[in-house]
Design a protein. Structure first.
Length: 246
């Protein structure tokens, strides 16, 4: 199925998911006592080889490969490093990291052709901005063997003009966390979620990624992560062997 095949179907699914999400937020707020952390908004089947618990502060190991490292700490903010013709971006995506990346590029002026990612995700808006910076610089993106790209990180991956994932790389998506549990913020959160999802959809279209990625994320609660297969990533154009032009 191509990038723009049945776009109405995809958009309808996303809109329905947002309505359900809004009702769930309000319902949870009405039934729960204040002060407790918000649970996942959907309750899909979270068992199976592709869904596992999500810990943003740790890199998960690959259970199908016993030779991979066990859980390892993940830096609390992105770290940038140049190595040969490669920029390495490692860590959780903290608010302000997009500006820090631009400042690092201006200061370091790397002679690089690709960006290697190893990130458990974080700030969506920063991920989108970093992805746009990568696209404007015409960098390729890559997830190497043993690295992860989870939550918001796949949006950075999507910024590459070429996008590669090694056999031992792990890429995963899920719902994003929407915050506090009082009624007023809940109603505000619904509008915020809709605006955020629209921004993400616009971004994916600009980067040439199939919008069918969105339902895969929206069906997975924020405390879990849906690990994408190589076939899924190729089908969704998240892996891209021919240069993107957008």
């Amino acid at each position: 199925m191509g990038l723009f095949s049945s776009p109405q179907r995809v958009i309808r699914a996303v809109l329905v998911s947002q309505v359900v999400m809004g009702l769930a937020i309000v319902g949870v707020d009405l039934m729960r006592a204040p002060g407790n952390p918000a649970p996942g908004l959907f309750n899909p089947a979270t068992e199976g080889p592709n869904v596992r618990p999500y810990r943003p502060d740790l890199r998960p190991s690959d259970p199908s490969r016993p030779d991979t490292p066990a859980m390892r700490p993940m830096p609390s903010a992105l770290e940038f490093e140049e190595e040969d013709d490669t920029i390495r971006i490692t860590g959780q995506i903290a608010p302000g990291d997009a500006d820090r990346f631009v400042e690092w590029l201006e200061r370091s002026r790397p002679q690089a052709s690709q960006v290697m990612l190893d990130s458990s995700g974080g700030s969506v808006s920063d991920a989108l901005a970093i992805g746009r910076t990568i696209r404007s610089a015409s960098y390729a993106t890559r997830i190497e063997d043993g690295a992860v790209c989870l939550s918001a990180c796949p949006y950075i991956l999507a910024g590459g003009t070429l996008r590669q994932v090694a056999d031992g790389g792990i890429v995963g998506v899920h719902q994003h966390y929407f915050g506090k549990n009082t009624i007023l913020p809940a109603f505000m959160a619904v509008a915020d979620v809709q605006r955020a999802q629209a921004s993400v959809m616009d971004y994916l279209v600009q980067m040439g990624v199939d919008l069918r990625l969105m339902p895969l994320a929206l069906r997975t609660p924020p405390e879990d992560i849906n690990i994408l297969t190589m076939d899924q990533m190729r089908d969704l154009n998240l892996i891209l062997d021919q240069p993107a032009t957008g």
